[in-house]
Design a protein around this ligand. Structure first.
Ligand SMILES: NC(=O)NCCC(=O)O
Length: 384
C-alpha cells in the first residue's frame, strides 16, 4: 500500500498517459471537465511559502432565463498535525489554530465563501488507542470553546462561513463527548451544530470508546451562500444519511473525514461522488494527511503485532457535482486548500433532468423499512 511517496492518481495519469488517452480516461473517471479557476498569484506565493498545495476549479451550469447563476466558492482544507501527538495538548491545539489561520487567509484571498476543515481537526486522530487521557482533553464546548471562538473571529474577519468539526464536550448534558461539526455564520454567530450519526467499529477506528451515535438528526443550515449540511466521515458509507440531508434541502454536503489507505482508499473516489449524483447536490470530501505515531502500542484485534501508528491518511480531498463531474483530488501527501466554485443552479437542473427525487419511491421504502425494522419481520424471500 502506497505511503507518502506516491503523490496522487491524477499525477500518475498525467505522467503516464498520452494526451488523447488522458482525455478519455479523465472523461470517464472524472466526468465533464471542470474549469481551472484563476486564483491570485499572491495566493499561490503564500501557499508555497506556507508549504501547502493550492488548487482551484469551477463547475459550470447551464444559463437560465429566470434565475441568475448562484455562484459560491467553497474551500476544503486537509492537513497533517504539525506537532507530535505527545506534545502538550494546549500547544498542539495552538499549532493547529496557527496552521489553519494561515490557510484560511489564503482561502479568503481566493474568494472562498464557505470553508470546511477535516474531521476532529484540533487533535490527532487518537481514537485508535482507546486511551482516555490525554485525548479527551482535546474536547471543547461547541457553543463557546476556544476553537469555536477562534473560528468566529475567522468567519467575521473574512466574511466566510466556517464548518469546524471538533471533539465536543457537552457540559450542559452530563459532560459527554460527541463527534460534532460546528457551523459558524459569516456574521461570526454560531449558526448551530450537527453530530456524527454513524460511528465506526472497523479496524482501528475505535470511536465508540469515546462517543456514541449523534442525536441531532439531519439539520441543514441556511447560510447566505446556500443550504449546507455536514455528513461526518463514516456517514459517507450510509446512503440514507446523505439522502436525509438532501431531503432537508442541502445543496452542499460536506464530508469531513479521517480515513486510511488500507481501509478505504478505493472507496473514497466513489462514495461522495455517488452521493452527489444520487441526491442532486454538491459533496465535498475532505481527508487528513500523513501518519500519526502514538506513545503506547495498541493492537487492531486482528492477531497481528501491536503497533504505534494508525496507518496512512491519504488526503485526496475533492468536490463532486450533481452531474457526476468532480474536481481532481488534492495530493495524498501534502497539506492543501482546494477552492471550488459551484453554481448551485446545477442542483435543480440535474433534478429536472434525472428526477431522482420524483422517481425515488420514498413512500414505498418508508413503508417497507417500517416493517423491516420490526422484531417479528420476516424477510420477503420467495422460495420454490
Ligand atoms: N473517521 C472515521 O469515521 N473513519 C472510519 C473509516 C472510514 O470511514 O473510512
Amino acid at each position: 500500500m502506497a505511503g507518502p511517496e506516491w503523490e496522487s492518481l491524477e499525477q500518475c495519469l498525467e505522467n503516464n498517459l498520452q494526451p488523447a488517452d488522458l482525455r478519455e480516461v479523465k472523461r470517464i473517471l472524472y466526468g465533464k471537465e471542470t474549469r481551472k479557476l484563476d486564483l491570485p498569484s499572491r495566493a499561490f506565493e503564500l501557499a508555497s511559502e506556507g508549504d501547502f498545495e493550492l488548487q482551484g476549479h469551477a463547475f459550470e451550469a447551464a444559463e437560465e432565463q429566470l434565475r441568475r447563476p448562484r455562484t459560491v466558492r467553497v474551500g476544503l482544507v486537509q492537513n497533517r498535525t504539525p506537532l507530535p501527538v505527545d506534545a502538550p495538548v494546549a500547544k498542539q491545539v495552538s499549532a493547529l489554530h496557527r496552521r489553519i489561520e494561515a490557510i484560511v487567509e489564503v482561502a479568503a484571498m481566493c474568494g472562498v465563501n464557505i470553508i470546511c476543515f477535516q474531521e476532529a481537526w484540533t487533535m490527532p486522530f487518537a481514537f485508535c488507542t482507546r486511551e482516555k487521557l490525554p485525548w479527551t482533553e482535546f474536547a471543547e464546548s461547541a457553543e463557546d470553546g476556544p476553537t469555536t471562538r477562534f473560528c468566529q473571529k475567522l468567519a467575521k474577519k473574512h466574511d466566510l462561513v466556517v464548518v469546524s468539526p471538533i471533539l465536543e464536550r457537552d457540559g450542559e448534558h452530563g459532560d459527554v463527548l460527541w463527534n460534532t461539526a460546528v457551523v459558524i455564520s459569516n456574521s461570526g454567530a454560531v449558526l448551530g451544530k450537527t453530530r456524527k450519526n454513524h460511528i465506526p467499529r472497523v479496524g482501528d477506528f475505535n470511536e465508540s470508546t469515546y462517543y456514541m451515535e449523534g442525536n441531532l438528526g439531519h439539520p441543514v443550515f441556511q447560510t447566505q451562500f446556500g443550504r449546507i449540511a455536514v455528513n461526518i466521515c463514516y456517514g459517507r458509507h450510509h446512503p440514507l444519511n446523505w439522502l436525509m440531508y438532501s431531503i432537508n434541502g442541502a445543496e452542499i454536503i460536506f464530508n469531513p473525514s479521517a480515513t486510511i489507505g488500507v481501509l478505504s482508499e478505493s472507496m473514497w473516489p466513489i462514495e461522495a461522488r455517488n452521493a452527489a449524483i444520487a441526491n442532486h447536490c454538491f459533496t465535498c470530501a475532505i481527508n487528513r494527511v500523513g501518519e500519526e505515531y502514538f506513545p503506547n502500542e495498541f493492537t487492531s484485534g486482528d492477531g497481528k503485532k501491536a503497533h504505534q501508528n494508525f496507518g496512512y491518511f491519504y488526503g485526496s480531498s475533492y468536490v463532486a457535482a450533481p452531474d457526476g463531474s468532480r474536481t481532481p483530488g488534492l495530493s495524498r501527501n501534502r497539506d492543501g486548500l482546494l477552492v471550488a466554485e459551484l453554481n448551485l443552479n446545477l442542483c435543480r437542473q440535474m433534478n429536472d433532468m434525472w428526477n431522482f427525487k420524483m422517481t425515488g419511491r420514498y413512500e414505498m421504502y418508508a413503508r417497507e423499512l417500517a416493517e423491516a425494522v420490526k422484531r417479528n419481520y420476516s424477510p420477503d424471500i420467495v422460495k420454490e
